[in-house]
Write a protein that binds this ligand. Structure first.
Ligand code: SF4
Ligand code: SF4
Ligand SMILES: [Zn+2]
Length: 386
């Protein structure tokens, strides 16, 4: 090991402890430093991600430093020039990044959790798609928005390592790669993902069940057939909502057949830009704490302080319930909304599976919407109370 390398390593230990945890520093001080480009099993990738200070937190702007070419080049060359956005040694644009400067001074964990998000600084940065390589910023924007809407995700790093690893050989790849740099297997590129999150300047309308649904997310909707039912498929972004517009739903009944792969549900009393809504969703969880759980969750969409994760950790069982449903299988979801009270019914049940006595959203009326990430919808009906 060169003395320069050793010096950099020591500097990183000093710098990283203020922003990352003590065990991260201990890991660097061991024998595994800078081992970020493994050809390894998913299990070993996961444990490495957890302990590796170079990839333990999101960058302030929502990028994942582990998939950044600057950091990967550092790792490859063995002379570390960048220790990640949260350290004091970065490369290229990151040296003068205004977002990083601001987030550090405000001591926010990541911009998506900042009270001022989305401020002009971060908006300008996220919307910079002048170059093909900047497609990654659309992906970063989605990450920031997820933090804003859903709160902190303890499994974020693990998911990012999984996302940016070749499915065939396990090699971690970069935002700019178009195939696996080691085995040339096809990968989901940043540009592909960005295309899913792209916004249309004007909304598109999709006809479904005799109604016209509105969205400004490109590629969000598609009409497909599943199990003999002609269905509307919502794919891509976790925040995809298509709205029935105009609609001024206040109280009444909303029903739909739903088949979910990741998450899906019904929104109501929503703002037309999707910034706020009452939301009921079915979600499959598969984290360490929640292995193979299938939940029905209520949350006021658009407020991460009351995201389903926050509500569930503070008051488990008050806004959520476990169910026994299977992925991609149809079930009927029915919501009965009366003032602040919400009853959720499944299939032919006569008793509600979940009752929320006091909903938390601030809107009395608004649009009805379908919400989902890889979810299908069919046979939509609603009966507003006059
Ligand atoms: S662009 Fe700014 S916020 Fe994003 S990784 Fe670089 S320094 Fe961090
Ligand atoms: S004000 Fe903007 S740039 Fe600064 S931390 Fe908040 S969201 Fe990030
Ligand atoms: Zn590969």
């Amino acid at each position: 090991m060169t003395s320069e390398h050793e010096m950099n390593r020591r500097r990183f230990i000093m710098e990283s402890t203020c922003l990352t945890c003590g065990c991260a520093a201990a890991f660097v001080a061991g024998t595994h430093q800078f081992d970020l480009l493994p050809q390894a099993s998913a299990q070993s990738r996961r444990s490495r991600g957890k302990d590796n200070p170079l990839a333990t937190e999101p960058a302030f702007c929502g990028l994942f430093c582990g998939a950044c070419s600057g950091l990967q080049e550092s790792v490859r060359s063995g002379t570390v020039k960048c220790y990640g956005c949260r350290s004091n040694q970065v490369v290229g644009h990151c040296k003068t990044c205004k977002v990083r400067e601001c987030a550090k001074s405000k001591q926010v964990h990541t911009c998506g959790l900042c009270e001022s998000y989305p401020c002009d600084k971060i908006k300008e940065y996220h919307n910079d798609e002048t170059e093909e390589s900047n497609k990654k910023m659309a992906v970063a924007r989605k990450v920031s928005e997820d933090f804003q809407y859903f709160g902190n995700d303890p499994d974020w790093v693990e998911k990012q390592i999984e996302r940016w690893s070749c499915k065939k050989c396990g090699t971690v790849f970069e935002y700019g790669n178009v195939k696996c740099p080691k085995c040339s297997a096809p990968i989901i590129t940043a540009a592909m993902e960005a295309a899913v999150y792209a916004r249309r300047k004007t909304p598109v309308f999709t006809d479904f069940d005799g109604r016209s649904w509105q969205t400004n997310l490109a590629y969000a909707t598609e009409t497909k057939t599943l199990g003999g039912r002609k269905a509307l498929l919502l794919q891509g972004s976790e925040r995809t909502i298509v709205f029935l517009s105009p609609s001024n739903f206040r109280n009444g009944t909303i029903e739909c057949d739903i088949a979910v792969r990741n998450s899906g549900g019904l929104a109501f009393r929503a703002a037309e830009d999707g910034s706020a809504a009452e939301l009921v969703q079915l979600r499959f969880l598969n984290t360490k704490a929640d292995k193979n759980k299938k939940l029905i969750l209520y949350s006021p969409h658009g407020d991460w302080r009351s995201s389903w994760r926050e509500l569930r950790s503070k008051e488990p069982g008050k806004y959520d319930v476990e169910t026994k449903m299977a992925k991609d299988k149809w079930f009927r979801l029915k919501l009965v909304v009366a003032g602040k009270k919400l009853d959720v019914y499944l299939d032919k049940d006569t008793e509600p599976v979940l009752t929320v006595a006091e909903m938390l959203g601030k809107r009395d009326a608004g649009c009805v919407g379908l919400y989902g990430e890889n979810a299908r919808f069919a046979n939509f009906t609603m009966q507003p109370e006059s």
